[in-house]
Design a protein around this ligand. Structure first.
Ligand code: 1PR
Length: 561
Protein backbone atom coordinates (compact mmCIF):
# COMPACT_ATOMS: atom_id res chain seq x y z
CA UNK A 1 0.00 0.00 0.00
CA UNK A 2 1.47 3.38 -1.01
CA UNK A 3 0.49 6.71 0.53
CA UNK A 4 0.33 9.60 -1.92
CA UNK A 5 -0.33 13.31 -1.33
CA UNK A 6 -2.01 15.45 -3.94
CA UNK A 7 -0.57 18.94 -4.42
CA UNK A 8 -2.93 20.95 -6.61
CA UNK A 9 -0.52 23.88 -6.53
CA UNK A 10 -2.37 26.23 -4.15
CA UNK A 11 -2.31 24.45 -0.85
CA UNK A 12 -0.21 24.29 2.29
CA UNK A 13 1.02 20.83 1.32
CA UNK A 14 4.30 21.27 3.18
CA UNK A 15 2.44 21.40 6.49
CA UNK A 16 0.80 18.05 5.78
CA UNK A 17 4.10 16.58 4.60
CA UNK A 18 5.73 17.71 7.87
CA UNK A 19 2.95 16.06 9.89
CA UNK A 20 3.25 12.75 8.04
CA UNK A 21 7.03 12.82 8.43
CA UNK A 22 6.53 13.39 12.16
CA UNK A 23 4.25 10.31 12.20
CA UNK A 24 6.90 8.32 10.34
CA UNK A 25 5.00 7.28 7.22
CA UNK A 26 6.75 7.25 3.82
CA UNK A 27 4.80 9.00 1.06
CA UNK A 28 5.04 10.18 -2.53
CA UNK A 29 3.46 13.05 -4.43
CA UNK A 30 0.85 12.90 -7.14
CA UNK A 31 2.24 15.12 -9.87
CA UNK A 32 0.87 13.51 -13.06
CA UNK A 33 -2.43 11.81 -13.94
CA UNK A 34 -0.55 8.50 -14.19
CA UNK A 35 0.53 8.71 -10.54
CA UNK A 36 -3.03 7.95 -9.47
CA UNK A 37 -2.47 4.39 -10.72
CA UNK A 38 0.31 3.94 -8.19
CA UNK A 39 -1.62 5.44 -5.27
CA UNK A 40 -3.46 3.04 -3.01
CA UNK A 41 -4.00 5.56 -0.19
CA UNK A 42 -4.49 9.27 -1.01
CA UNK A 43 -4.71 12.51 0.99
CA UNK A 44 -5.69 15.79 -0.68
CA UNK A 45 -4.74 18.75 1.58
CA UNK A 46 -6.55 21.84 0.60
CA UNK A 47 -6.11 25.49 1.37
CA UNK A 48 -7.70 28.16 -0.70
CA UNK A 49 -10.67 28.95 -2.84
CA UNK A 50 -13.02 26.34 -4.31
CA UNK A 51 -12.62 27.58 -7.89
CA UNK A 52 -8.83 27.64 -7.53
CA UNK A 53 -8.77 23.99 -6.50
CA UNK A 54 -11.02 22.86 -9.36
CA UNK A 55 -9.23 25.06 -11.93
CA UNK A 56 -5.76 23.92 -10.81
CA UNK A 57 -6.80 20.23 -10.89
CA UNK A 58 -8.37 20.70 -14.32
CA UNK A 59 -5.39 22.61 -15.75
CA UNK A 60 -3.06 19.81 -14.66
CA UNK A 61 -5.31 17.05 -15.99
CA UNK A 62 -5.83 15.69 -12.48
CA UNK A 63 -9.57 16.27 -11.95
CA UNK A 64 -10.96 13.18 -13.70
CA UNK A 65 -8.17 10.85 -12.53
CA UNK A 66 -8.99 12.05 -8.98
CA UNK A 67 -12.67 11.24 -9.49
CA UNK A 68 -11.76 7.82 -10.94
CA UNK A 69 -9.47 7.14 -7.96
CA UNK A 70 -12.23 7.95 -5.45
CA UNK A 71 -14.78 5.87 -7.37
CA UNK A 72 -12.31 2.95 -7.41
CA UNK A 73 -12.99 2.47 -3.68
CA UNK A 74 -9.43 3.13 -2.51
CA UNK A 75 -9.04 5.17 0.71
CA UNK A 76 -9.33 8.95 0.23
CA UNK A 77 -8.87 11.67 2.88
CA UNK A 78 -9.88 15.19 1.81
CA UNK A 79 -8.77 18.08 4.06
CA UNK A 80 -10.69 21.39 4.04
CA UNK A 81 -11.03 22.26 0.32
CA UNK A 82 -10.01 18.61 -0.31
CA UNK A 83 -13.30 17.71 1.37
CA UNK A 84 -15.36 20.53 -0.15
CA UNK A 85 -14.50 19.56 -3.75
CA UNK A 86 -16.40 16.29 -3.10
CA UNK A 87 -19.61 18.34 -3.07
CA UNK A 88 -21.65 19.42 -6.10
CA UNK A 89 -20.93 23.12 -5.81
CA UNK A 90 -19.91 25.96 -3.49
CA UNK A 91 -21.35 29.43 -3.00
CA UNK A 92 -17.69 30.56 -2.99
CA UNK A 93 -17.48 29.84 -6.74
CA UNK A 94 -21.06 29.56 -8.08
CA UNK A 95 -20.00 28.97 -11.68
CA UNK A 96 -17.71 26.05 -10.86
CA UNK A 97 -18.90 22.43 -10.44
CA UNK A 98 -17.38 20.18 -7.79
CA UNK A 99 -16.83 16.42 -8.12
CA UNK A 100 -20.46 15.83 -7.09
CA UNK A 101 -19.70 12.71 -5.05
CA UNK A 102 -21.74 14.32 -2.28
CA UNK A 103 -24.70 15.77 -4.19
CA UNK A 104 -25.12 18.82 -1.96
CA UNK A 105 -23.95 22.42 -1.91
CA UNK A 106 -21.43 24.24 0.21
CA UNK A 107 -22.79 27.54 1.53
CA UNK A 108 -21.36 30.63 3.27
CA UNK A 109 -21.62 31.00 7.03
CA UNK A 110 -24.15 33.49 8.37
CA UNK A 111 -21.99 36.46 9.43
CA UNK A 112 -24.69 38.40 11.29
CA UNK A 113 -23.99 36.62 14.58
CA UNK A 114 -20.24 35.91 14.35
CA UNK A 115 -17.01 36.73 12.54
CA UNK A 116 -16.41 34.94 9.23
CA UNK A 117 -14.11 33.12 8.37
CA UNK A 118 -14.56 30.59 11.15
CA UNK A 119 -10.90 30.88 12.08
CA UNK A 120 -9.74 29.09 15.19
CA UNK A 121 -10.16 26.07 17.36
CA UNK A 122 -13.44 24.28 17.88
CA UNK A 123 -14.78 20.92 19.04
CA UNK A 124 -16.54 18.22 17.02
CA UNK A 125 -19.31 15.78 17.87
CA UNK A 126 -19.04 12.33 16.27
CA UNK A 127 -22.54 11.25 15.21
CA UNK A 128 -21.78 7.53 14.89
CA UNK A 129 -23.07 5.98 18.10
CA UNK A 130 -20.78 2.95 17.79
CA UNK A 131 -17.81 3.06 20.08
CA UNK A 132 -15.66 1.39 17.43
CA UNK A 133 -12.36 3.30 17.72
CA UNK A 134 -11.97 2.91 13.99
CA UNK A 135 -15.24 4.69 13.42
CA UNK A 136 -13.97 7.72 15.27
CA UNK A 137 -10.93 8.03 12.95
CA UNK A 138 -8.84 8.90 15.99
CA UNK A 139 -11.06 11.89 16.78
CA UNK A 140 -12.28 12.93 20.20
CA UNK A 141 -15.22 15.02 21.36
CA UNK A 142 -13.03 16.59 24.05
CA UNK A 143 -10.28 17.79 21.73
CA UNK A 144 -10.09 20.98 19.73
CA UNK A 145 -9.34 21.12 16.00
CA UNK A 146 -8.20 24.07 13.89
CA UNK A 147 -10.73 25.39 11.39
CA UNK A 148 -10.21 28.19 8.87
CA UNK A 149 -13.03 28.53 6.35
CA UNK A 150 -15.86 30.85 5.35
CA UNK A 151 -17.98 28.17 3.67
CA UNK A 152 -19.43 24.93 5.03
CA UNK A 153 -21.95 22.10 4.56
CA UNK A 154 -24.84 22.92 6.89
CA UNK A 155 -26.01 19.90 8.96
CA UNK A 156 -29.80 19.78 8.66
CA UNK A 157 -31.18 16.21 8.40
CA UNK A 158 -34.67 17.56 7.68
CA UNK A 159 -33.79 19.90 4.80
CA UNK A 160 -30.58 18.24 3.68
CA UNK A 161 -30.81 14.48 4.39
CA UNK A 162 -28.10 13.57 1.87
CA UNK A 163 -25.43 15.72 3.54
CA UNK A 164 -26.64 14.34 6.87
CA UNK A 165 -26.17 10.81 5.56
CA UNK A 166 -22.52 11.59 4.82
CA UNK A 167 -22.03 13.46 8.12
CA UNK A 168 -19.58 11.71 10.42
CA UNK A 169 -19.29 14.60 12.90
CA UNK A 170 -20.69 18.08 13.32
CA UNK A 171 -19.45 21.34 14.80
CA UNK A 172 -21.35 24.35 16.02
CA UNK A 173 -20.13 27.84 15.24
CA UNK A 174 -22.43 30.61 16.41
CA UNK A 175 -25.92 29.65 15.24
CA UNK A 176 -24.65 27.38 12.45
CA UNK A 177 -24.23 23.61 12.89
CA UNK A 178 -22.17 22.25 10.04
CA UNK A 179 -20.63 18.97 8.92
CA UNK A 180 -17.07 18.89 10.27
CA UNK A 181 -16.17 15.42 8.96
CA UNK A 182 -17.76 13.25 6.30
CA UNK A 183 -17.35 9.51 5.98
CA UNK A 184 -18.83 6.90 3.70
CA UNK A 185 -17.09 3.78 2.43
CA UNK A 186 -13.57 4.65 1.29
CA UNK A 187 -14.09 8.42 1.59
CA UNK A 188 -13.22 10.49 4.65
CA UNK A 189 -13.10 14.27 4.76
CA UNK A 190 -12.34 16.87 7.43
CA UNK A 191 -13.30 20.54 7.31
CA UNK A 192 -10.61 21.29 9.91
CA UNK A 193 -6.86 21.01 9.28
CA UNK A 194 -5.50 17.95 11.17
CA UNK A 195 -1.96 18.93 10.13
CA UNK A 196 -2.43 22.17 12.09
CA UNK A 197 -4.43 20.81 15.02
CA UNK A 198 -1.56 19.82 17.29
CA UNK A 199 -1.53 16.38 18.89
CA UNK A 200 -5.27 15.91 18.33
CA UNK A 201 -4.86 16.42 14.61
CA UNK A 202 -1.83 14.14 14.40
CA UNK A 203 -3.89 11.42 16.14
CA UNK A 204 -6.56 11.73 13.46
CA UNK A 205 -4.03 11.50 10.62
CA UNK A 206 -2.26 8.58 12.31
CA UNK A 207 -5.47 6.59 12.85
CA UNK A 208 -6.72 7.10 9.31
CA UNK A 209 -3.37 6.37 7.63
CA UNK A 210 -2.74 3.28 9.79
CA UNK A 211 -6.11 1.67 9.06
CA UNK A 212 -5.96 2.66 5.37
CA UNK A 213 -2.48 1.23 4.84
CA UNK A 214 -3.66 -1.95 6.56
CA UNK A 215 -6.52 -2.11 4.11
CA UNK A 216 -9.06 -1.79 6.94
CA UNK A 217 -11.85 0.44 5.71
CA UNK A 218 -13.76 1.36 8.90
CA UNK A 219 -17.00 -0.44 9.55
CA UNK A 220 -19.75 1.11 7.49
CA UNK A 221 -21.44 3.90 9.36
CA UNK A 222 -24.38 2.29 11.08
CA UNK A 223 -27.68 3.62 9.83
CA UNK A 224 -28.81 5.97 12.49
CA UNK A 225 -31.85 8.05 13.10
CA UNK A 226 -30.71 11.60 12.32
CA UNK A 227 -30.57 13.47 15.58
CA UNK A 228 -29.85 17.12 16.21
CA UNK A 229 -26.36 17.40 17.69
CA UNK A 230 -26.11 18.81 21.19
CA UNK A 231 -25.62 22.59 20.96
CA UNK A 232 -21.99 22.95 21.86
CA UNK A 233 -20.20 25.90 20.33
CA UNK A 234 -16.72 24.89 21.41
CA UNK A 235 -15.06 27.84 19.70
CA UNK A 236 -12.10 28.95 21.80
CA UNK A 237 -10.29 32.24 22.32
CA UNK A 238 -6.96 31.98 20.49
CA UNK A 239 -3.68 32.92 22.20
CA UNK A 240 -0.98 33.86 19.68
CA UNK A 241 2.75 34.16 20.34
CA UNK A 242 4.41 36.71 18.08
CA UNK A 243 8.08 36.85 17.11
CA UNK A 244 9.38 40.05 15.55
CA UNK A 245 12.38 38.84 13.56
CA UNK A 246 15.25 40.85 12.09
CA UNK A 247 18.95 40.61 11.46
CA UNK A 248 21.09 41.87 14.32
CA UNK A 249 24.19 43.94 13.67
CA UNK A 250 26.18 40.73 13.22
CA UNK A 251 23.75 39.61 10.47
CA UNK A 252 22.09 36.81 12.46
CA UNK A 253 18.28 36.53 12.38
CA UNK A 254 17.10 37.05 15.95
CA UNK A 255 13.80 37.52 17.71
CA UNK A 256 13.72 41.10 18.84
CA UNK A 257 11.11 43.21 20.57
CA UNK A 258 10.20 46.79 20.19
CA UNK A 259 9.32 49.27 22.87
CA UNK A 260 6.83 51.30 20.88
CA UNK A 261 8.60 49.80 17.85
CA UNK A 262 12.12 50.83 18.93
CA UNK A 263 14.02 47.55 19.00
CA UNK A 264 17.38 48.86 20.06
CA UNK A 265 18.66 48.48 23.63
CA UNK A 266 18.71 51.61 25.75
CA UNK A 267 21.79 52.14 27.92
CA UNK A 268 20.74 51.49 31.51
CA UNK A 269 21.74 54.47 33.72
CA UNK A 270 25.36 54.08 34.88
CA UNK A 271 25.41 50.88 32.84
CA UNK A 272 28.73 49.09 32.72
CA UNK A 273 27.69 47.58 29.41
CA UNK A 274 27.55 50.78 27.45
CA UNK A 275 28.31 48.82 24.31
CA UNK A 276 24.91 47.08 24.71
CA UNK A 277 23.23 50.42 24.13
CA UNK A 278 22.05 50.70 20.55
CA UNK A 279 22.35 46.98 19.79
CA UNK A 280 19.31 45.20 18.38
CA UNK A 281 17.52 43.62 21.34
CA UNK A 282 18.13 39.88 21.04
CA UNK A 283 15.50 37.71 22.74
CA UNK A 284 16.36 34.40 21.12
CA UNK A 285 16.39 32.36 17.96
CA UNK A 286 13.10 32.27 16.03
CA UNK A 287 12.82 28.52 15.42
CA UNK A 288 13.72 27.61 19.02
CA UNK A 289 11.16 30.08 20.38
CA UNK A 290 8.52 28.88 17.92
CA UNK A 291 9.00 25.29 19.16
CA UNK A 292 8.88 26.43 22.78
CA UNK A 293 5.61 28.30 22.28
CA UNK A 294 4.04 25.40 20.36
CA UNK A 295 4.92 23.01 23.20
CA UNK A 296 3.51 25.57 25.68
CA UNK A 297 0.10 25.54 24.01
CA UNK A 298 0.17 28.54 21.68
CA UNK A 299 -2.85 28.32 19.38
CA UNK A 300 -0.99 30.09 16.61
CA UNK A 301 2.42 31.59 15.92
CA UNK A 302 3.20 34.81 14.09
CA UNK A 303 6.63 35.53 12.60
CA UNK A 304 7.11 39.12 11.45
CA UNK A 305 10.11 40.03 9.35
CA UNK A 306 10.29 43.59 10.57
CA UNK A 307 13.02 44.90 8.31
CA UNK A 308 11.86 43.28 5.09
CA UNK A 309 10.64 46.61 3.75
CA UNK A 310 14.31 47.17 3.03
CA UNK A 311 14.91 44.22 0.69
CA UNK A 312 13.26 41.54 -1.40
CA UNK A 313 12.01 38.76 0.86
CA UNK A 314 12.54 36.06 -1.74
CA UNK A 315 16.17 37.04 -1.82
CA UNK A 316 15.88 37.29 1.93
CA UNK A 317 16.30 33.50 2.06
CA UNK A 318 16.93 33.34 5.84
CA UNK A 319 13.26 34.15 6.48
CA UNK A 320 12.06 31.36 4.19
CA UNK A 321 14.49 29.00 5.92
CA UNK A 322 13.16 30.10 9.33
CA UNK A 323 9.56 29.39 8.29
CA UNK A 324 10.53 26.03 6.73
CA UNK A 325 12.34 24.96 9.92
CA UNK A 326 9.57 26.22 12.20
CA UNK A 327 6.89 24.43 10.17
CA UNK A 328 8.77 21.11 10.64
CA UNK A 329 8.39 21.41 14.43
CA UNK A 330 5.16 23.28 14.93
CA UNK A 331 1.70 21.81 14.16
CA UNK A 332 -0.48 24.86 14.72
CA UNK A 333 -1.10 27.71 12.24
CA UNK A 334 1.87 29.85 11.24
CA UNK A 335 1.41 33.42 10.04
CA UNK A 336 4.37 35.10 8.30
CA UNK A 337 4.48 38.85 7.80
CA UNK A 338 6.91 41.45 6.56
CA UNK A 339 7.66 42.20 2.93
CA UNK A 340 4.56 40.54 1.47
CA UNK A 341 4.38 42.81 -1.57
CA UNK A 342 5.46 43.04 -5.20
CA UNK A 343 9.23 42.84 -5.11
CA UNK A 344 12.23 42.78 -7.45
CA UNK A 345 15.08 40.40 -6.75
CA UNK A 346 18.60 41.86 -6.83
CA UNK A 347 19.07 40.26 -10.26
CA UNK A 348 16.09 42.26 -11.55
CA UNK A 349 13.56 39.40 -11.52
CA UNK A 350 10.09 40.77 -10.75
CA UNK A 351 8.33 38.88 -7.94
CA UNK A 352 4.61 39.68 -7.65
CA UNK A 353 3.20 39.58 -4.11
CA UNK A 354 1.23 36.39 -4.87
CA UNK A 355 4.53 34.66 -5.76
CA UNK A 356 6.19 35.93 -2.58
CA UNK A 357 3.23 34.60 -0.57
CA UNK A 358 3.30 31.29 -2.49
CA UNK A 359 6.96 30.81 -1.55
CA UNK A 360 6.02 31.08 2.14
CA UNK A 361 2.99 28.77 1.78
CA UNK A 362 5.16 26.16 0.09
CA UNK A 363 7.56 26.06 3.02
CA UNK A 364 4.73 25.68 5.55
CA UNK A 365 3.14 29.05 6.32
CA UNK A 366 -0.66 29.04 6.58
CA UNK A 367 -1.32 32.78 6.43
CA UNK A 368 0.60 35.82 5.24
CA UNK A 369 0.33 39.19 6.97
CA UNK A 370 0.42 42.34 4.84
CA UNK A 371 1.31 45.65 6.52
CA UNK A 372 2.56 48.62 4.50
CA UNK A 373 1.17 47.41 1.15
CA UNK A 374 -2.30 47.21 2.66
CA UNK A 375 -2.16 50.90 3.59
CA UNK A 376 -1.20 51.93 0.05
CA UNK A 377 -3.88 49.62 -1.40
CA UNK A 378 -6.58 51.19 0.79
CA UNK A 379 -5.45 54.70 -0.16
CA UNK A 380 -5.80 53.65 -3.81
CA UNK A 381 -9.19 52.02 -3.07
CA UNK A 382 -10.45 55.22 -1.40
CA UNK A 383 -9.34 57.34 -4.37
CA UNK A 384 -10.80 54.98 -7.02
CA UNK A 385 -13.91 53.80 -5.13
CA UNK A 386 -13.17 50.13 -5.84
CA UNK A 387 -10.27 47.70 -6.00
CA UNK A 388 -8.56 47.05 -9.34
CA UNK A 389 -7.57 43.45 -8.55
CA UNK A 390 -3.84 44.17 -8.52
CA UNK A 391 -3.15 44.67 -4.80
CA UNK A 392 -1.39 42.01 -2.72
CA UNK A 393 -4.58 41.51 -0.68
CA UNK A 394 -6.69 40.89 -3.81
CA UNK A 395 -4.25 38.67 -5.71
CA UNK A 396 -3.34 36.47 -2.73
CA UNK A 397 -6.92 36.04 -1.45
CA UNK A 398 -8.11 35.23 -5.00
CA UNK A 399 -5.48 32.51 -5.33
CA UNK A 400 -5.36 31.10 -1.78
CA UNK A 401 -8.67 32.21 -0.24
CA UNK A 402 -9.28 35.12 2.12
CA UNK A 403 -8.51 32.95 5.14
CA UNK A 404 -4.85 33.02 4.08
CA UNK A 405 -4.61 36.83 4.16
CA UNK A 406 -4.08 38.86 7.34
CA UNK A 407 -3.70 42.64 7.31
CA UNK A 408 -1.38 44.00 10.01
CA UNK A 409 -2.35 47.48 11.23
CA UNK A 410 0.32 49.71 12.82
CA UNK A 411 -1.67 52.65 14.20
CA UNK A 412 -0.41 55.55 16.29
CA UNK A 413 -2.66 57.87 18.30
CA UNK A 414 -3.06 61.45 17.04
CA UNK A 415 -4.16 63.68 19.95
CA UNK A 416 -6.43 66.60 19.10
CA UNK A 417 -8.26 69.32 21.02
CA UNK A 418 -11.84 68.02 21.00
CA UNK A 419 -13.22 71.55 21.21
CA UNK A 420 -11.57 72.68 17.99
CA UNK A 421 -10.89 69.53 15.94
CA UNK A 422 -12.67 69.74 12.58
CA UNK A 423 -10.81 67.02 10.68
CA UNK A 424 -12.19 64.02 8.73
CA UNK A 425 -12.10 61.59 11.67
CA UNK A 426 -14.57 63.27 14.03
CA UNK A 427 -16.72 60.14 14.26
CA UNK A 428 -13.66 58.06 15.09
CA UNK A 429 -12.46 60.26 17.96
CA UNK A 430 -11.91 58.57 21.33
CA UNK A 431 -12.26 60.79 24.40
CA UNK A 432 -10.03 60.44 27.44
CA UNK A 433 -12.00 59.34 30.51
CA UNK A 434 -12.01 61.54 33.61
CA UNK A 435 -10.82 58.53 35.62
CA UNK A 436 -8.46 57.36 32.87
CA UNK A 437 -4.67 57.82 32.68
CA UNK A 438 -3.65 61.39 33.46
CA UNK A 439 -2.12 61.84 29.99
CA UNK A 440 -5.51 61.15 28.38
CA UNK A 441 -7.82 63.27 30.57
CA UNK A 442 -9.54 66.10 28.68
CA UNK A 443 -8.01 64.93 25.43
CA UNK A 444 -9.32 63.19 22.33
CA UNK A 445 -7.51 61.17 19.70
CA UNK A 446 -7.91 59.13 16.51
CA UNK A 447 -5.70 56.36 15.24
CA UNK A 448 -3.49 57.10 12.24
CA UNK A 449 -1.93 54.32 10.16
CA UNK A 450 1.80 54.02 9.58
CA UNK A 451 3.98 52.09 7.15
CA UNK A 452 7.56 50.72 7.28
CA UNK A 453 7.23 49.71 10.89
CA UNK A 454 5.91 52.98 12.16
CA UNK A 455 8.57 55.06 10.44
CA UNK A 456 6.12 56.91 8.17
CA UNK A 457 2.55 58.06 8.85
CA UNK A 458 -0.07 57.92 6.09
CA UNK A 459 -3.36 59.85 5.66
CA UNK A 460 -5.46 56.80 6.57
CA UNK A 461 -7.23 55.95 9.84
CA UNK A 462 -7.19 52.49 11.41
CA UNK A 463 -10.95 52.17 10.78
CA UNK A 464 -10.50 53.06 7.08
CA UNK A 465 -7.68 50.54 6.75
CA UNK A 466 -9.61 47.72 8.42
CA UNK A 467 -12.77 48.32 6.39
CA UNK A 468 -10.81 48.71 3.16
CA UNK A 469 -8.80 45.57 3.84
CA UNK A 470 -11.99 43.56 4.37
CA UNK A 471 -13.46 44.97 1.17
CA UNK A 472 -10.33 43.98 -0.79
CA UNK A 473 -10.46 40.39 0.52
CA UNK A 474 -8.51 40.16 3.78
CA UNK A 475 -9.62 37.38 6.13
CA UNK A 476 -8.32 38.75 9.45
CA UNK A 477 -7.00 41.94 11.04
CA UNK A 478 -3.83 41.86 13.18
CA UNK A 479 -4.37 45.04 15.20
CA UNK A 480 -1.18 46.40 16.72
CA UNK A 481 -0.78 49.62 18.68
CA UNK A 482 2.46 51.58 18.52
CA UNK A 483 1.48 53.46 21.66
CA UNK A 484 1.00 50.23 23.65
CA UNK A 485 3.66 48.03 21.99
CA UNK A 486 6.03 46.65 24.62
CA UNK A 487 4.63 48.82 27.45
CA UNK A 488 2.91 46.11 29.50
CA UNK A 489 0.07 48.59 30.17
CA UNK A 490 -2.56 46.30 28.67
CA UNK A 491 -4.34 46.27 25.33
CA UNK A 492 -5.91 49.46 23.91
CA UNK A 493 -9.59 48.51 24.34
CA UNK A 494 -10.83 51.72 22.67
CA UNK A 495 -8.89 50.92 19.49
CA UNK A 496 -9.73 47.22 19.51
CA UNK A 497 -13.43 47.70 20.23
CA UNK A 498 -13.72 50.30 17.46
CA UNK A 499 -12.09 48.04 14.85
CA UNK A 500 -14.07 44.97 15.99
CA UNK A 501 -17.29 46.92 15.43
CA UNK A 502 -16.09 48.14 12.03
CA UNK A 503 -15.52 44.74 10.35
CA UNK A 504 -17.07 41.22 10.23
CA UNK A 505 -13.75 39.38 9.81
CA UNK A 506 -11.85 38.18 12.90
CA UNK A 507 -9.61 40.64 14.77
CA UNK A 508 -6.42 39.81 16.68
CA UNK A 509 -5.75 42.13 19.63
CA UNK A 510 -2.05 42.95 19.84
CA UNK A 511 0.36 45.17 21.81
CA UNK A 512 0.66 45.97 25.46
CA UNK A 513 -0.01 42.68 27.27
CA UNK A 514 1.67 42.68 30.68
CA UNK A 515 -0.37 40.26 32.84
CA UNK A 516 -2.84 37.40 32.42
CA UNK A 517 -5.59 39.81 33.53
CA UNK A 518 -4.95 41.92 30.43
CA UNK A 519 -6.08 38.95 28.31
CA UNK A 520 -9.22 38.43 30.40
CA UNK A 521 -10.00 42.15 30.16
CA UNK A 522 -9.54 42.47 26.39
CA UNK A 523 -11.76 39.45 25.65
CA UNK A 524 -14.42 40.64 28.07
CA UNK A 525 -14.37 44.29 26.93
CA UNK A 526 -14.07 43.85 23.16
CA UNK A 527 -15.12 40.25 22.30
CA UNK A 528 -12.18 39.83 19.90
CA UNK A 529 -11.47 36.29 18.74
CA UNK A 530 -7.79 36.23 19.70
CA UNK A 531 -5.05 38.09 21.53
CA UNK A 532 -1.36 38.25 20.75
CA UNK A 533 1.67 38.94 22.88
CA UNK A 534 5.41 39.02 22.41
CA UNK A 535 7.52 40.58 25.15
CA UNK A 536 5.94 38.91 28.18
CA UNK A 537 6.37 35.50 26.57
CA UNK A 538 9.93 36.15 25.36
CA UNK A 539 11.00 37.37 28.80
CA UNK A 540 9.23 34.44 30.53
CA UNK A 541 7.24 36.89 32.64
CA UNK A 542 3.94 35.15 31.82
CA UNK A 543 3.41 31.73 30.24
CA UNK A 544 0.80 30.79 27.69
CA UNK A 545 -0.46 28.17 30.13
CA UNK A 546 -0.96 30.89 32.80
CA UNK A 547 -2.95 32.96 30.33
CA UNK A 548 -5.23 30.05 29.39
CA UNK A 549 -5.73 29.01 33.01
CA UNK A 550 -6.76 32.59 33.88
CA UNK A 551 -9.19 32.64 30.95
CA UNK A 552 -10.67 29.26 31.94
CA UNK A 553 -11.21 30.52 35.50
CA UNK A 554 -13.23 33.41 34.06
CA UNK A 555 -15.36 31.09 31.94
CA UNK A 556 -13.75 31.52 28.55
CA UNK A 557 -13.32 28.54 26.19
CA UNK A 558 -9.65 27.82 25.61
CA UNK A 559 -7.69 24.88 24.15
CA UNK A 560 -5.71 23.21 26.89
CA UNK A 561 -3.05 20.72 25.72
O1 1PR B 1 5.03 46.51 6.31
O2 1PR B 1 4.19 44.41 5.25
O3 1PR B 1 6.65 44.78 5.57
O4 1PR B 1 5.12 44.32 7.50
C1 1PR B 1 5.99 44.66 8.55
C2 1PR B 1 5.48 43.94 9.77
O5 1PR B 1 6.45 44.07 10.80
C3 1PR B 1 4.18 44.53 10.27
O6 1PR B 1 3.33 43.48 10.76
C4 1PR B 1 4.64 45.40 11.44
O7 1PR B 1 3.64 45.41 12.47
C5 1PR B 1 5.88 44.69 11.91
N1 1PR B 1 6.89 45.62 12.43
C6 1PR B 1 7.63 46.45 11.70
N2 1PR B 1 8.47 47.11 12.53
C7 1PR B 1 8.25 46.66 13.77
C8 1PR B 1 8.97 47.10 15.00
O8 1PR B 1 8.64 46.64 16.09
N3 1PR B 1 9.96 47.98 14.81
N4 1PR B 1 6.73 44.98 14.72
C9 1PR B 1 7.26 45.69 13.70
C10 1PR B 1 5.53 45.32 15.18
C11 1PR B 1 3.98 44.55 16.63
C12 1PR B 1 3.67 43.22 17.16
C13 1PR B 1 4.19 43.13 18.58
C14 1PR B 1 3.02 43.39 19.46
C15 1PR B 1 3.07 42.72 20.79
N5 1PR B 1 5.33 44.51 16.26
O9 1PR B 1 4.17 42.27 16.32
O10 1PR B 1 4.75 41.89 18.75
O11 1PR B 1 2.95 44.81 19.59
O12 1PR B 1 4.09 43.27 21.52
P1 1PR B 1 4.04 43.19 23.15
O13 1PR B 1 3.20 42.00 23.54
O14 1PR B 1 5.50 43.00 23.52
O15 1PR B 1 3.47 44.47 23.62
P2 1PR B 1 5.29 45.05 6.08
Amino acid sequence: MTLFLLDHGAGNVQSLANSIKRLGYPFSWISTPEDFQKATVLIFPGQGAFHTAIECLTARGLLHPLLDYINSGKPYFGICIGMQVLFASSAESPSVRGLGIIPCDIVRFDDTDKAVPHMGWNTIECLDPSSDPQSTEGLSATSHYYFVHSYCAIYDPERNPVAAEWAHSTTQYGNDVFVSTVRKGNVFGAQFHPEKSGAAGLANLDAWIKQSLAGRVPTATVTRAPRPPKPADGFTKRIIACMDVRANDEGDLVVTKGDQYDVREKAAPNSSTVDAAGAVRNLGKPVALASKYFESGADELCLLNITSFRNSPLHDQPMLAVVRAAAERVFVPLTIGGGIKDAVDPDGTKRPAVEVAGAYFRVGADKVSIGSEAVYAVEKLRAAGSGDGTSAIETISKMYGRQAVVVSVDPRRVYVDPSTYDGPYKDELVYGKDDGPMAERGKAWWYQCTVSGGRETRPVSAVELARGAEMLGAGEILLNSIDRDGTGLGFDHDLIGMIKRAVTIPVVASSGAGTTKHFVDVFRETNVESALAAGIFHRDEVSIRDVKAALQRKGFNTRLI
